[in-house]
Design a protein around this ligand. Structure first.
Ligand SMILES: [Zn+2]
Ligand SMILES: [Zn+2]
Length: 68
């Protein structure tokens, strides 16, 4: 159980959020959190950008042809 405090629009204030049971098997990495005040779900997607960024950087175009 990992609680975090985030701003909830519905509650109009900072509320403790908790990760719901994830049907997709994300476990602790699940980007979904539930507001314990009103039950609204929010999606935390910020960290999802990083893996794509790193993968992109690895694909460098090779500089020229190989000399056979
Ligand atoms: Zn999930
Ligand atoms: Zn709320």
């Amino acid at each position: 159980m990992s609680d975090r405090e985030l701003y909830c629009d519905t509650c109009e204030g900072v509320q403790p959020f908790e990760a719901p049971p994830c049907p997709d098997g994300h476990g602790v990495d699940c980007p979904e959190l539930l507001c314990t005040g009103c039950g609204a779900a929010v999606l935390i997607a910020t960290f999802a950008f990083q893996p794509a960024h790193l993968a992109d950087r690895r694909r460098r175009p090779s500089a020229g042809r190989h000399a056979a």
